[in-house]
Ligand binder design. Structure first.
Ligand code: NAI
Length: 462
């Protein structure tokens, strides 16, 4: 029996980051992972593989659409999907092995197997009992499917199966216009699939600033994605080669159906806690299955903490990572902290969509006095040169104090651009602070500055 200061259950972005930080702070640490590779959903079947496919298909699209416009002549590339999947697997392997290396470097013990909690100080892994002063639950989430929909990961798939299709489907129906549906839907649309997205609500990406969501849908439509909004999926019937999705339109209760070679179910994720033994130690969970925590990520059982997708809040790798660091620091006797008001969200489509802070709808609902500074990428020189003029930056600031309250970007490199506003918000900056910061020319980031200027006397180039 080994003795640890901390055992972390789950080796995803929350768990492995927490483990490394614990070790850095001098705690004897082990991380339990049962999937055979570190990195969790994000590295193995989520963020990283999907980004590899997004990157490859975006370059393919760039080559077929824009190369000749720039005088780059010659044969257009064709798609070898098998090879593309091999490239994706190589990216996964490189990253997961990187974490194993970091574990060794930081002297974190990697316990291979599925862990279960036996008591506040004991974790069982593969029949072996380990003793510990603290436990961190970082077991993440799993796809939550719909009643009447049986996933076989071949014809009816979740994001996991969508990353492993044997060939590019002719027709794909995506259920759910959330982040997964739109990222994977646009990958397959670029590869030539006829993609239809069926969404329950009347808008795509619920929760996103409405201006941005509207523009986003327009751009995706132009890229060939079809949308059926206000449609509740009733069920999916599948054979060995195809599937039929039936849905009911909310406006008139009429029923309709769509045939597809592959159906992607992207209707959200739920906390993953099965086999963890939460009931045995009486750890409280919410009605939605989320592990309940206090302000320091501690569950109702002293010494047992929880972070990431398994607790409340956005299911984002970087939110889990920040919580991992904060819990490690808390266990080490420091003041761990996460600023939940400044957590960026990015949709990695082309163009990217990124946001941080409050949306205009949230500000309205709270009756706040705010001003809006908007700047289109059409007026940005670099965007023009790069065929990336679709989209805009929208900055929201307090009317009285000029303090930045939120920012929403749809356009080139939005996922990178957003971070200057994250830093600004962390420092309590005003729109004028951003507007008075010199931004290099010619860069996309000038659009951020111009949106900040638009909150004041006005942008220069629009
Ligand atoms: P989501 O919650 O973002 O979107 C699910 C969508 O499905 C919603 O728009 C919902 O209205 C719709 N829906 C639910 N039931 C339906 C029905 N019966 N018929 C039609 N539509 C229905 O969930 P998603 O896209 O599956 O993502 C899961 C989680 O993973 C999210 O929390 C997301 O933030 C995270 N994620 C984040 C990524 C990123 O940050 N780039 C990438 C991929 C996932």
């Amino acid at each position: 029996m080994s003795n640890y200061d901390v055992i972390i259950i789950g080796g995803g972005p929350g768990g492995y980051v927490c483990a490394i930080r614990c070790a850095q702070l001098g705690l004897k640490t082990a991380c339990v992972e049962g999937r055979g590779a570190l990195g969790g959903t994000c590295l193995n079947v989520g963020c990283i593989p999907s980004k590899a496919l997004l990157h490859a298909t975006e370059l393919y699209h760039e080559a077929t659409e824009n190369f000749t416009k720039m005088g780059l002549m010659g044969k257009s590339p064709s798609v070898d999907f098998k090879k593309m999947l091999e490239y994706k697997q190589g990216v996964i392997d490189g990253n997961t092995q990187g974490i194993e290396f970091l574990f060794k470097k930081n002297k974190v013990d990697y316990l291979k197997g599925w862990g279960s909690i036996r008591s506040a100080t004991e974790v069982m892994v593969d029949g072996e009992l380990y003793h510990t002063k603290n436990i961190v639950i970082a077991t993440g989430s799993e796809p939550s499917t719909l009643p009447g929909v049986d996933v076989d990961e071949k014809i009816v798939v979740t994001s996991t199966g969508a990353l492993e299709l044997p060939k590019v489907p002719k027709r794909m129906v995506v259920i759910g216009a959330g982040v997964i549906g739109l990222e994977m839907g646009s990958v397959y649309a670029r590869l030539g699939s006829d993609v239809t997205v069926v969404e329950y609500l009347d808008v795509i990406t619920p929760g996103m600033d409405a201006d941005v969501a509207k523009q986003f849908q327009k751009i995706l439509k132009k890229q060939g994605l079809k949308f059926v909004l206000g449609a509740a999926v009733q069920g999916v019937k599948s054979t060995k080669t195809k599937a039929t999705v039936t849905y009911k339109l909310k406006k008139d209760e009429s029923e309709a159906s769509l045939d597809a070679d592959v159906v992607l179910v992207a209707t959200g994720r739920r906390p993953y806690t099965s086999g963890l033994g939460l009931e045995d130690v009486n750890i409280e969970v919410s009605e939605r299955g989320q592990v309940k925590i206090d302000a320091h990520w501690q569950t109702n059982v002293k010494g047992i903490y929880a972070i990431g997708d398994v607790i409340e809040g956005p299911m984002l790798a970087h939110k889990a990572e920040d919580e991992g660091v904060a819990v490690a620091e808390t266990i080490a006797g420091q003041a761990g902290h996460v600023n939940y008001d400044v957590i960026p969200g990015v949709v990695y489509t082309a163009p990217e969509v990124a946001s941080v802070g409050m949306t205009e709808e949230q500000l309205k609902a709270e009756g706040r006095a705010y001003k809006v500074g908007k700047f289109p990428f059409l007026a940005n020189g670099r965007a023009k040169a790069n065929f990336a003029t679709e989209g805009f930056v929208k900055l929201l600031a307090d009317s009285a104090t000029d303090r930045i309250l939120g920012c929403h970007v749809i356009g080139p490199s939005a996922g990178d651009l957003i971070h200057e506003v994250c830093v600004a918000m962390e420092f309590g900056a005003s729109a004028e602070d951003l507007a008075r910061t010199c931004h290099a020319h010619p860069t996309f980031s000038e659009a951020m500055r111009e949106a900040a200027m638009a909150c004041g006397d006005g942008a220069i180039h629009a």
